[in-house]
Design a protein around this ligand. Structure first.
Ligand SMILES: [Zn+2]
Length: 727
């Protein structure tokens, strides 16, 4: 108990104290240490920190997770781009106009943060020109001496001054010197947003990142608001800090606005120019480009802080502590060229305004995605086996989440149905073991035993404590031989697992009744939602793939998956429904069908048997593989004889009709009962129930959520902890 207390509470407190001490000493000694020495020491330190931070910088895994209820960016843009600058000294001030010109030339605008009581004076004419040209002014610290947050009373005094400059400059944004931050105290500033934090930046004196590439809301604590109110009504009878009663009251009144319920925090997400080019001595913008691509892919916010003080605008060599301004130009060229029309480029105050409006209208809670605090805790290895194509998108977010929570992973994949290619594309980092052994039952059985044997050496070497899969039988088999506990995720209750392949734990959707499984009740875990909900939220819709097929947004697009027609899967009832639907849709004006046959043979057969469906390209069979989720999301309806596709459509809120006529599982029954999926049972249903109308599409964020994912990973974590402790 006592030891746990020591570890949990005392050690982090000491670490924080050490940081504070280090900062205090550093800023006190700074004026007396020659600049060249300081720079040499900082470079040495940075190199060491860079080595230590491998894996969490420049990208912190997990920080790409959008906050719960995130609605995406306005105007349907994929990601956001925000540019900011801190002006450190006279040199920076002199270069402001060159920097503005460079940005304007390329269609960008930015914010300039000035130090109110630093080594230079900010002329009203410069501020005026900036605002006239669409730039923004912000306040950068007060004196830039690293002492802003030393004591609360000191901060209160400085806050009054800062607020004066905010008002005078008509500014609503703030960034502290050296990215020191205390988000609670900042409520005393009259700001709409703060820029003093970052997703990940181990090179700053207060290196705790916010682990998110999204803006978030910092609500003023209710207690503080009422404290202010009561102080006011008491006439300020309380003494605080070194201030007299009147001063304290005045500071409260002037720094806290009752209507101010909080402020937006906009963490910067690209490495600062000084870190990249001066401390780490990078000679290209590769790190910036890679991060931009990653943020764009995940729909986050690119927020960059650069310093004109260090930018050499002359054509000659950059001197001393400087880098060529052309580096910055290259970045802007890269963003504008590669992502033209795809990003929401605004000033920080506009981004803050978006967050405030969403929070006030309650369309977004404003909270950032939860950050796991146990990153450093030692975790034992988990093993995930991917043996079929749908397992890859399903496990991708689970793998990311487990990594974020600090679990080392062993990921194996079977070389079948493009599992390995897909896994490589998603950068899952897996080991390829075993292959596909055909459809014949006996060969299939021997094949899975053989693969279990192939898996054994790797598993013995890696020593995972828990084996996880979505029905990978070879994994279950080898784990049972080697006595490794197994967690089977299943979403169809009619699968059978022979005794040799019984799992230790089952995790399944909560709509499946316990009784349908031959498992002790205490070994069954449930989750809310469907397997497809786990990853549907990751979709970034893109119509261009459909354009390539010759489709227009105005077309009535039906995506159709015929039933399996191979050997024992043969289902004549389902095939009849498919034919009836195709006959119907091919006579509807303006309707287009994207047909996804199970294989080439089936496609050729359909084309030869019903050539009239293909007249005028009314039916299209894509010649190459498409992103299924994206196709579904851009369709007006989906008609399918396959389970995964049906549930993906339901997860995305697209009207979907199942023509599957086998044993319907509880998940599909439930979706049908909830009206999210329509079971088509007869030819009459094809005519009456299937609606051929344009679908009013909603935002992905409105119809999906990360809840199911977190629910599942919580349970995996809980089960894994049991075995971790027993080690
Ligand atoms: Zn600064």
């Amino acid at each position: 108990m006592r030891l746990a207390y020591l570890i949990r509470d005392v050690i982090p407190a000491i670490t924080v104290l050490l940081y504070m001490l280090r900062n205090r000493i550093y800023y006190d000694l700074k004026p007396f240490v020659p600049r060249a020495w300081r720079r040499a020491v900082r470079r040495r330190l940075a190199a060491r920190q860079r080595a230590k931070a491998r894996g969490t910088w420049p990208i912190m895994p997990g920080s790409e997770r959008p906050p719960e209820g995130w609605l995406g960016w306005p105007e349907g843009k994929k990601f956001a781009v925000i540019l900011t600058h801190d002006i450190e000294g006279k040199l920076g001030l002199e270069r402001c106009r060159s920097l503005m010109e460079l940005e304007m030339e390329m269609g960008f605008r930015s914010s300039f943060n000035f130090i109110p009581e630093g080594s230079y004076r900010v002329f009203a004419s410069l501020r005026h020109d900036m605002v006239q040209n669409g730039f923004e002014i912000g306040v950068h610290d007060l004196a830039h001496d690293g002492r802003l947050f030393r004591s609360e009373s000191g901060f209160r005094r400085q806050a009054i001054e800062i607020n004066r400059y905010l008002e005078e400059w008509n500014a609503v944004g703030f960034r502290s010197a050296f990215m020191l931050h205390n988000l609670d105290w900042l409520h005393r500033l009259d700001i709409e947003y703060d820029l003093s934090t970052f997703d990940t930046d181990p090179f700053e004196p207060q290196p705790e990142g916010r682990h998110t590439i999204f803006p978030f809301w910092v609500p003023a604590p209710a207690a503080r608001q009422s404290e202010v109110r009561s102080q006011r009504s008491l006439g300020g009878s309380q003494q605080s800090g070194g201030l007299t009663t009147d001063e304290a009251l005045n500071s409260e009144v002037s720094t806290i606005n009752d209507s101010r319920s909080g402020y937006a925090e906009l963490p910067y997400s690209l490495a600062q120019d000084s870190t990249l080019f001066l401390l780490l001595r990078e000679t290209s913008i590769e790190i910036w480009k890679k991060k931009v691509d990653w943020i764009a892919h995940h729909g986050g916010m690119v927020l960059l802080n650069t310093h004109p003080d260090y930018m050499a605008f002359t054509n000659g060599q950059a001197e001393r502590w400087e880098y060529p301004a052309s580096m910055y130009r290259q970045l802007l060229e890269y963003v504008a060229g590669r992502y033209s029309g795809e990003f929401w480029h605004v000033l920080p105050r506009q981004a803050a305004d978006l967050i405030r409006r969403r929070v006030l209208t309650k369309s977004f809670s404003g909270e950032r995605a939860p950050v796991t605090k146990r990153l450093r805790q030692k975790r034992a290895k988990l093993w995930i086996d991917l043996d079929n194509t749908p397992h890859v998108p399903f496990f991708e977010p689970i793998v990311e989440e487990l990594k974020t929570r600090g679990f080392p992973l062993l990921i194996t994949a079977r070389d079948a149905f493009q599992v390995c290619e897909l896994a490589r594309e998603k950068q899952l980092g897996c080991i390829k073991i075993g292959r596909h052994h055909g459809k014949h039952r006996l060969i299939k059985g021997a094949g899975l035993v053989y693969r279990a044997l192939q898996l054994a050496p790797t598993v013995l070497r890696e020593k995972p404590i828990l084996a996880i899969s979505h029905g990978a039988r070879s994994q279950l088999l080898v784990s049972n031989w080697l006595r490794i506990p197994t967690l089977l995720m299943e979403d169809y209750e009619y699968c059978e697992f022979p005794p040799m392949m019984r799992p230790s734990w089952v995790l399944m959707p909560d709509v499946i009744p316990d009784a349908s499984l031959e498992m002790p009740k205490n070994r069954i875990r449930k989750y809310q939602g469907t397997k497809e909900d786990v990853y549907a939220w990751k979709l970034r819709p893109d119509f261009s793939a459909l354009k390539d097929l010759g489709l227009e947004q105005s077309d009535l697009i039906a995506t159709v998956r015929p039933p399996a027609t191979e050997a024992h899967y043969h289902n004549p009832e389902s095939e009849l429904l498919f034919e009836r639907f195709m006959e119907r849709v091919s006579t509807v004006e303006g309707a287009k069908v994207v047909l996804l046959p199970r294989n080439r043979k089936q496609g050729d057969f359909i084309r030869a048997r019903w050539p009239h469906w293909f007249i005028d390209d009314r039916t299209i069979i894509p010649s190459k593989a498409l992103d299924g989720l994206n196709l579904i999301f851009n369709s007006d309806l989906v008609v399918s004889g396959g389970g995964t596709m049906n549930r993906e459509a339901a997860a995305l809120g697209i009207p979907v009709y199942s023509i599957f006529r086998g044993k319907i599982g509880a998940v599909d029954q439930n979706l049908n009962a909830e009206g999210r999926l329509v079971l088509i049972k007869s030819a009459g249903d094809v005519e009456d129930k299937i609606l051929l109308v344009k679908h009013q599409r909603k935002n992905v964020a409105e119809v999906t959520s990360t809840k199911t994912l977190h629910h599942i990973v919580d349970q995996i974590e809980e089960i894994a902890e049991r075995y971790n402790r027993s080690l």
